[in-house]
Design a protein. Structure first.
Length: 264
């Protein structure tokens, strides 16, 4: 489905009935990454909504200025308004977690509970900002290939790369199809995002933090830091998983979410 959101066309999927659960994808991916969750969690009684962020998947960029985390969060709230959802449980993976931090800071009344997935609360250091800038420049001059190449091997646990080539190829296809303009916008938005570490203590909603012990993109220690900094959080570390923990360990991932939702 598609909707006119804040002057742009956003694509999204809306499956099931019951508790609204919005899942925000990572970089440089799209809503297709949530297929195992959309199927299982909707059957379990959730209304699972998975948007493509502006400039990713089937969503248009349609923005002449600099995209930032405010815009991604504003789009998410506007989509909730479009769907008639006052409050939802919101989960964000990697870059989606950065969007979620912005969302809960600026729209706390719209978030019933949070799920942070393979993400971190701190901002980029100087070296990290320089890497994002260089990758954005490469994407401008060469297209999406430098971005896809940079992320292909760090998204998965080593065992997944060897034992599940079909999944690796599928995710690679999603990255290859990403708009270069959308990827550049996302890189700049991540580079300029706020450091939320000092603000974690002010997030009062119940929170689940899911980390992966073999995450090569965002080390699992970042999940522990988030959980320790929040007043009401539980931590789930899934063994044998890389950055795409929801696709590498879908059964354990879905079970963790369902247990968390049952306790709300």
């Amino acid at each position: 489905m598609k909707a006119d959101i804040n002057g742009s066309t956003l694509a999204y999927s809306d499956r099931g009935n019951g508790l609204p659960l919005i899942l925000i994808h990572g970089f440089p991916l799209c809503r297709k990454m949530w297929r195992p969750q959309a199927e299982a969690l909707s059957r379990a009684g959730c209304r699972v909504i998975t948007p493509d962020l502006r400039g990713f998947g089937e969503s248009c960029l349609d923005f002449s200025g600099t995209v930032n985390m405010d815009i991604y969060a504003d789009d998410t709230v506007a989509l909730m308004d479009h769907l008639g959802i006052d409050k939802a449980v919101v989960g964000g993976m990697s870059m989606g977690g950065y969007v979620l931090l912005n969302l809960v800071e600026r729209y706390p009344d719209r978030v019933a509970a949070l799920i942070f997935i393979a993400t971190k609360a701190g901002g980029d250091d100087d070296a990290g900002k320089a890497r994002r800038s260089a990758l954005a420049e490469a994407c401008i001059s060469q297209g999406i290939l430098p971005v896809a190449d940079a992320f292909r091997n760090i998204l998965f646990a080593p065992a997944t790369l060897k034992e599940n080539p079909e999944l690796v190829d599928e995710v690679s296809g999603w990255m290859d199809a990403t708009s270069p303009q959308g990827a550049v916008a996302g890189l700049i938005a991540m580079r300029e995002r706020k450091d939320y570490l000092p603000l974690l203590g002010g997030i009062s909603q119940p929170t689940l933090v899911i980390g992966a012990d073999q995450d090569q993109a965002i080390p699992v220690e970042n999940s522990r830091i988030i959980a320790e900094g929040l007043p009401d959080a539980e931590l789930c570390i899934l063994p044998g998983s890389g950055h795409l923990v929801n696709l590498e360990q879908p059964a354990g991932f879905n079970e963790a979410i369902l247990k968390f939702l049952a306790r709300l």
